[in-house]
Write a protein that binds this ligand. Sequence first.
Ligand code: MG
Length: 255
Amino acid sequence: MGQRHILHCDCNCFYASVEMQEHPELRGKSIAVCGDPEARHGIVLTASYPAKRMGVKTAMPIWEAKQHCRDLIVVPVSYGKYQKYSSYVREIFRDYTDQVESFGLDEAWLDITGSLGLFGNPVKIAKEISARIKRELGIAVSIGVSFNKITAKLGSDYKKPDAITVIEPDTYKQIVYPLPVGDLLYVGNATQRKLGSYGIRTIGQLAETNPEVLKGWFGVMGYTLSADPCCQTKCAYRHQERWQQRHHAARFDHR
Ligand SMILES: [Mg+2]
């Protein structure tokens, strides 16, 4: 089988971007979309970039966010709106491929392997999708262009907002190996801590560790961890569902 062409698209600051699209007076301001602002324990779900620059972070309590940013405009969360925009984004994706796998409201993988004849090379397709989402919905996206789901996701995380990162089979090591192991889809906090205690902090260090050594530390899971990220797709598919459930509550729209 030839090389596959996968895009991973991530809407940047999704909830905040939707709010700014619906309320133009909020554009360029420090805003935070928050869960239950009336409650004492309300927290930030998504902050706009001006708010982030002031130190406002996802999952921060509202009172703390306001200490970092005195002009912070708190907007209550309205999932119905975000679902509507999410479906608009998906409609744009479907103009380019029917192979779309959504991941939460604001991320998706697109397999465009069969679309190149019609729409041109992967970067051209990524640019077109990015431009349309910005023009039609007012939302900036970051896109990873690569040959499997994992490296595509690393690509969309690599540079934000409003960026396209290409990770090719022959150069992916230069980009992927220096990244922290925690960037891998299947390395959670506990695994990252344990790897760190053995001195393994980057994806490259993990890839270069003897699989038998990893099995000694992690059991059978060690084999999953040991392979190169580009060989990992199948394992990642298997772990993805569990990972998704585990992270759903905590992740929101963190960048
Ligand atoms: Mg996002």
